[in-house]
Design a protein. Structure first.
Length: 757
């Protein structure tokens, strides 16, 4: 027998070999000559896989013969790790990337060496899961009789799934991996994140054990219960929309999995217990993702930049998602979906229809209740795609899709919350807003509309929005009208008036910054609304650059003291020139009653604030013993003096702040160098700045003047100290360095200087 293994371990040449030799015996010979374990080999001839039980005489009887060898040794680095519970067999993103690298290494001129499908070469970019199962998953696991995940497992805990993947097997493997890489990147997941993927998790040699009569007892369902969310991976045709199993998985993602009486899902999303549902596809070699809610980076932007910035970033990220897939999703119908096994479809539809386990094999009926349940799932799925794509529809001027999107929204009976961002959209018109608000379902959670810089909006459309507020019972309302210059008191006052029935509100956030036509006339209905919202935890009102006055602002601020559950307060009166000390002092009175505040942003920049108003505000600030984050903006308040700054420092040093930001830029009466922005690594360090400490004596003030007059003397501090001590014998070294630091700070305006005593 003459057996030659090629140097690239891609083929085996046989000469003078007995035809009766079995494939298993030949594998053992290859193992001897190449070191590849027999169980990690697949021999094939002309694209036909050769089972170990076969003999050469089945296809060859004499002469020389070249066989192709596929080695799985690079994939399986050790013995399998047997995981008895299929639902615990997630595959790590890293392991998928290693599989991808294995496939790339086997590729030559774009084709996978020796692999065929129906006699035709398999292109790497087109390789799908059906083909991978034939050439890798089943043959690599045949000898060990295990799943692919068990074959490559790095340990039991490492394979626990965090995300469940719903998909059809048609999409190219490389696109599938790109989708999950994109998902992990957007969700900021480690490469060790594990996804539950049926082909890799199920033992392909015992599928009958995985597919139960009751779909809610399968490993699929149990894996979903362990997961944070579902990733729907779509091919270019949107095939999962027409697959019964995929529709079932999506239906379960939209419901409370705890209804089955088993373990409840781990995620509580916007007050409704259900899984997150992210949607991924690959377009032009790049992953595109629609996320359920904001991604982590967008949440961070929302919290650190400004309200609405996260939603804007999400809309921008998602605008390149293929619109044709959205159009297909808007027509989804689970009753019309198909399954490779007809009985699976019957059981799944009966399960969705609410039949008990013993009746899941019953013939499909056409009762109104059954159809209602089907439609509830259809509507929920359509609405997810509709809401994810609506900003794209507007930005791309695809207004012909707006009726279908609004219909999907209106019919979604299960929706409790809605977030939409059209920030800076030059194409968002009155007709778009009217169509959307008329379609609003009976929301009970959150309503967020980011309409920043939608310059085409008028009072007429916002009045429609105000009318829609009567139909919802939300607990969180966020409306951003920043720079919607066409809006006036008429629509904004009506928004406040119609908010008065939202008595269960926890968060109220309204931004009318830059609406120069909005006056103090909107304050009375706002006060009436706040008076019936005793459970508010967060209040954000931005009246910057509107026509407010001190009297109206004072009355509004006095109302705030009754919101005893308030934890976050953000008030902006920047460039409201008629607002001043009366309102600031009233705010101090209100703050003294809000002892549960943990965060506050108070902006009186470019207002008529004086020392008297700031001193009144300080009386309330001193009561905020639970406050950890505080921002005060007094930029351009020309009446403030050093005296109020010292009192402010004394007040704030009595708090346990973790972060403090203070803007005193262009406060004309402050001493030179003190009128600037203050901030630092910690509030405690910032408050050690000499700017916030009253000079200990008149002599200290004189020494500070000498510093200012003789700036060139700073470089020789050791020589200067005894000279100044002659001016004031009580001058300590600590005092000297503090005063010198204060003068240096004036030398470098804007520079952060911290002195620790």
């Amino acid at each position: 027998m003459d057996v030659t293994v090629e140097s690239d371990v891609g083929s085996v040449v046989l000469k003078e070999v007995l035809p009766t030799l079995s494939i298993r015996e030949l594998q053992q010979e290859v193992q001897f000559r190449s070191g590849i374990p027999a169980k990690q080999q697949l021999l094939s001839h002309a694209g036909v896989r050769l089972l170990a039980e076969r003999s050469l005489q089945d296809f060859w009887d004499f002469g020389s013969l070249q066989l192709d060898v596929t080695s799985y040794a690079p994939l399986a680095q050790g013995p399998p790790t047997f995981l008895p519970c299929t639902e615990h067999r997630g595959i790590q993103l890293l392991q998928l990337q290693e599989l991808q690298a294995y496939l790339v290494n086997r590729c030559r001129d774009g084709e996978l060496r020796a692999w065929r499908d129906a006699g035709k070469p398999i292109c790497l970019e087109a390789l799908n899961l059906y083909q991978l199962a034939d050439w890798v998953i089943r043959p690599a696991t045949r000898e060990d009789h295990c799943s692919y995940v068990e074959l490559i497992s790095s340990g039991k805990e490492a394979q626990n799934p965090q995300w469940f993947v719903s998909h059809a097997w048609q999409e190219p493997i490389l696109d599938f991996v790109r989708c999950l890489q994109g998902h992990a990147e957007v969700r900021e997941l480690e490469e060790t994140v594990a996804y539950w993927v049926c082909a890799y998790a199920n033992n392909q040699h015992e599928l009958g054990d995985e597919l139960r009569c009751n779909p809610r007892e399968t490993s699929f369902f149990r894996a979903m219960q362990l997961s944070l969310g579902v990733v729907l991976v779509l091919d270019s045709e949107g095939t999962p929309f027409s697959r019964t199993w995929c529709c079932f998985e999506l239906a379960m993602a939209l419901t409370d999995l705890g209804e089955s009486g088993e373990s409840a899902p781990r995620h509580l999303h916007e007050g409704h217990a259900r899984l997150l549902l992210d949607i991924a596809t690959c377009a032009q070699g790049r992953a595109e993702l629609l996320t359920d809610g904001l991604a982590p980076e967008e949440v961070q932007r929302e919290e650190s930049v400004c309200a609405g910035s996260g939603g804007k970033a999400k809309a921008k990220r998602e605008e390149s998602f293929p619109i044709e897939l959205v159009q297909r999703a808007l027509k989804i119908d689970i009753a019309e979906a198909s399954a490779s096994c007809p009985v699976d479809k019957i059981r799944i539809l009966n399960s969705i229809a609410g039949l008990p386990p013993e009746q899941l094999d019953a013939p499909l009926g056409e009762s109104p209740e059954r159809r209602r349940r089907y439609e509830a799932v259809n509507r929920g799925l359509r609405a997810i795609f509709a809401m994810a794509s609506v900003s794209q529809v507007v930005s791309k001027d695809l207004h012909e899709l707006m009726p279908a999107i609004c219909q999907a929204l209106a019919e979604d009976e299960t929706r409790r919350s809605l977030r939409l961002s059209f920030a800076k959209s030059l194409k968002f018109r009155d007709t778009d807003l009217v169509a959307l608000v008329r379609a609003l379902p009976a929301l009970t959670g959150l309503l967020r509309l980011d309409l920043r810089s939608c310059h085409q909006l008028s009072d007429a459309a916002v009045l429609e929005l105000a009318g829609a507020l009567k139909r919802v019972k939300v607990t969180a309302l966020f409306l951003d009208f920043f720079m919607c210059a066409g809006l006036t008191d008429l629509s904004i006052a009506q928004i406040f008036a119609n908010s008065q029935h939202l008595t269960d509100m926890r968060e109220f956030d309204l931004n009318v910054r830059g609406l120069v036509k909005v006056t103090a006339e909107v304050i009375p209905p706002l006060i009436s609304a706040l008076e019936v919202m005793p459970l508010l935890r967060k209040l954000h009102l931005n009246f910057c650059k509107t026509r407010q006055n001190d009297e109206a602002a004072t009355v509004l601020i006095r109302t705030v003291k009754h919101l005893r559950h308030l934890e976050i307060l953000r008030l902006y009166f920047t460039e409201c020139s008629l607002v001043g000390s009366q309102a600031a002092a009233a705010l101090g009175d209100s703050l003294s009653e809000l002892r549960g505040l943990t965060e506050a942003i108070l902006c009186f920049a470019h207002t008529g604030l004086t020392d008297a108003g700031l001193l009144g505000l300080c009386r309330g600030l001193g009561a905020l013993q639970h406050c950890r984050r505080l921002t005060l903006r007094f930029h351009g308040c020309r009446e403030l003096t050093d005296e109020s700054l010292w009192v402010l420092g004394e007040t704030l040093r009595g708090l346990s702040l973790q972060k403090l930001s203070l803007d005193l830029g262009k406060c004309a009466q402050l001493s030179k160098g003190l009128a600037r922005r203050y901030g630092g690594p910690s509030a405690w360090e910032l408050l050690q700045d000499p700017a916030f400490r009253r000079p200990r004596s008149a002599a200290h003030a004189r020494i500070l003047e000498l510093f200012r007059e003789r700036r060139g003397a700073f470089s020789n501090a050791e020589a200067l100290y005894p000279v100044l001590k002659a001016v004031d014998p009580s001058l300590s070294a600590v005092d000297f360095h503090q005063l010198r630091a204060a003068a240096l700070a004036e030398d470098a305006p804007g520079r952060r200087v911290f002195v620790v005593t």
